[in-house]
Ligand binder design. Structure first.
Ligand code: OOG
Ligand code: MG
Length: 267
């Protein structure tokens, strides 16, 4: 069975309102088993169009999700997904972040690629991604699934724009050729506690491979990663539930790290 157009619209609206009202919702696949991966990306596109119109913002890039074993095991979903980043999702490291917009946000350490050329294919390789990269930078993503307890299947999370909420990039840019995309060490901390340590290879063996994977998926849908786009290649470690009053930091071998802090804001 094919998911009816009015059901696609209904799911799009429910996801849009859930974010706006900071309300958790039940995942959709239980009621709509015909929600396939392809249909889920159609819903994601409709949701992004709706957000851009309502919030007067534009696409700034893309995000990958579930590209590391740590994340796949944590979420029980064993394939990557992608989503869209919008300009109004970008935050700066120096400003304390208010918890106000979030339902139950988590934070993740990531490696961001910023492109200087489009990724056109027909088949995009790791070498193509490296050649098209303007610079790489340390990043953290704030995810905030609209689903109850982050409980979802792959099509659910895709429809929900892969749980995206906000992202923070370091202000320091690094030349990709100077970085070891496998061995680069990563330390993720909450206040003074080390939450996890790993290397860049935890993202699909090489985070540039994650970018290539997504570029090929986008080409199949008639879209492409473009010059100027930011691409978050996916969390290297498990995500950490954000606690107001805490700070989180990421540091990488050879990439300048940074810290973000969160504040509770009373209504
Ligand atoms: C899905 C999004 C995962 C990542 O970096 O792996 C993600 C989720 O876990 O809610 O952004
Ligand atoms: Mg992420």
């Amino acid at each position: 069975m094919v998911l009816a157009t009015n059901v696609k619209e209904e799911i799009t609206n429910i996801l849009f309102e859930a974010e706006k009202e900071r309300r958790e919702i039940k995942k959709f696949v239980d009621d709509y088993p015909e929600l396939t991966i392809d249909v889920a990306y159609d819903i994601q596109e409709a949701l992004i169009a709706k957000k851009m119109a309502a919030e007067q913002t534009r696409i700034s890039g893309w995000k990958l999700g579930l590209t590391s074993k740590a994340k796949q095991q944590m979420m029980g979903v064993h394939e990557p997904s992608y989503g869209v980043l919008l300009e109004n999702m970008a935050l700066t490291p120096s400003e304390p972040i208010s918890m106000k917009p979030f339902i139950h946000a988590k934070i993740e350490p990531e490696i961001a690629f910023v492109l200087k050329e489009d990724l056109t294919g027909p088949v995009v390789t790791v070498a193509d991604v490296i050649a098209a990269t303007d610079y790489v930078t340390a990043a953290m993503e704030i995810i905030d699934s609209r689903y109850l307890n982050f409980n979802f299947t792959l099509p659910d999370v895709i429809a929900d724009n892969s749980s995206s909420s906000r992202y923070v990039l370091s202000t320091e840019r690094h030349v990709i050729e100077e970085i070891d995309l496998e061995l680069m060490g990563c330390v993720f901390k909450k206040d003074d506690d080390v939450l996890a340590t790993t290397t860049a290879a935890s993202v699909m063996g090489n985070p540039a491979r994650a970018v290539a994977w997504m570029a090929n998926k986008l080409l199949a849908r008639g879209q492409k990663v473009q010059a100027g786009d930011v691409v978050l290649s996916g969390a290297l470690t498990g995500a950490e539930t954000i606690v107001a009053g805490s700070t989180y930091s990421v540091s990488f071998d050879g990439l300048t790290g940074f810290t973000v802090s969160f504040i509770e804001e009373k209504e």
